[in-house]
Write a protein that binds this ligand. Structure first.
Ligand SMILES: C[S@@+](CC[C@H](N)C(=O)[O-])C[C@H]1O[C@@H](n2cnc3c(N)ncnc32)[C@H](O)[C@@H]1O
Length: 309
């Protein structure tokens, strides 16, 4: 095992995306439950596609293809594409396209659910002289040391630090990759993720590792996910996007977690049970303190007023 220190963003990139990296050797659904695994989410994305007249829906960071597969059952006459570094999942319907890079042009809807949090960043710490310094990490042990001073306008603008020992994930790389993605879209682009805004940044950053549904010590060694919350206001600024919480976005798309009327249980018990299932899924997607707190960064590149209340 190498004991060499690397800048965090390099160690992170290798840990997730090298040939033996976490997302090359396992699928996200093996480790965590996301929006894409909740049926009612695809219903809402399909509704957004219909409202915006999307000819194509592209899912960036498509994981095991769960969302595009569910959309395939919901939408007809719409081109569906998963963009994913990992290989095409077995059993994906033949007419769903699958490739490892975004197309140059997307006429319709681009969705990226829990993609930006896995885009590696520089990690910095404020030293005892109030200088932000790049953090270096030994991938196999997680041991960290302070590297060179890190000066950037992104940090000054979006994540100012005031106390020695405070840390930040420098989100400029995320702003750049999302701006590139949005520039390809003639229609609507939506990035969905957990995040924070200026004035509410986590003082010691938000680097985390997960595997098999459990949180573990952060380690960029390929055995576990490495993720950090997204500075969503910076990303929205970079693309001229609108920020809203998932609960609000899904409510505008008609997702409703209320219990079906009790008399349905008498009239049509099977329909009642199906409706209860849908309400349960909606409740999970809308939950405050859970998925409902996720941020949606919505960019309407054609000025159609997507997701207006
Ligand atoms: C946390 S998973 C989310 C998967 C899925 N969207 C979901 O919500 O369940 C992030 C996914 O993004 C993929 N990914 C990361 N960078 C990528 C890139 N540049 N192009 C395509 N896929 C990428 C990873 O391989 C991983 O499957």
């Amino acid at each position: 095992m190498s004991h060499a220190s690397l800048p965090w963003h390099i160690a992170w990139e290798r840990a997730l995306y090298a040939d033996d990296g976490f997302f090359r050797t396992s699928r996200p659904a093996d480790h965590f439950r996301t929006n894409a695994h909740v049926g009612a989410f695809a219903g809402a994305v399909a509704e957004l596609a219909r409202r915006t007249g999307a000819e194509t829906v592209v899912d960036l960071g498509a994981g095991g293809g769960e969302l595009v597969t569910a959309l395939w059952a919901e939408l007809s006459g719409v081109r569906l594409m998963g963009v994913e570094l990992a290989s095409r999942p077995a059993g994906l319907p033949d007419d769903i396209e699958w490739q490892d890079a975004l197309p140059d042009r997307i006429d319709g809807l681009l969705i990226a659910n829990e993609w930006l949090d896995n885009v590696p960043c520089d990690v910095v710490e404020l030293d005892d002289h109030d200088v932000p310094r790049e953090l270096l990490v030994v991938p196999g042990t997680g041991e960290e040391t302070l590297g060179d001073p890190h000066e950037s306008s992104w940090l000054r603008t979006w994540w100012p630090m005031s106390e020695p020992g405070q840390r930040a994930e420098v989100g400029s790389a995320r702003d750049v990759v999302w701006a590139d993605a949005v520039s390809r879209v003639h229609g609507t682009a939506v990035a969905i993720d957990y995040g924070h805004v200026l004035g509410d940044r986590p003082p010691f950053g938000s680097l985390r590792s997960y595997v098999d549904g459990r949180e573990l010590d952060v380690l960029p060694d390929g055995t576990r996910d490495v993720t950090a919350h997204v500075a969503v206001d910076a990303v929205a600024h970079a693309v001229g996007g609108t920020l809203l919480r998932q609960g609000e976005a899904l409510t505008r798309l008609g997702v409703d977690g209320s219990r079906p009327p009790l008399d349905l249980a008498h009239r049509d018990p099977a329909a009642y049970v199906r409706a209860l299932g849908r309400a349960g899924e909606a409740g999970e997607l809308l939950a405050t303190g859970g998925l409902g707190d996720f941020w949606w960064i919505v960019t309407d590149t054609l000025g159609h007023g997507t997701l207006a209340p």
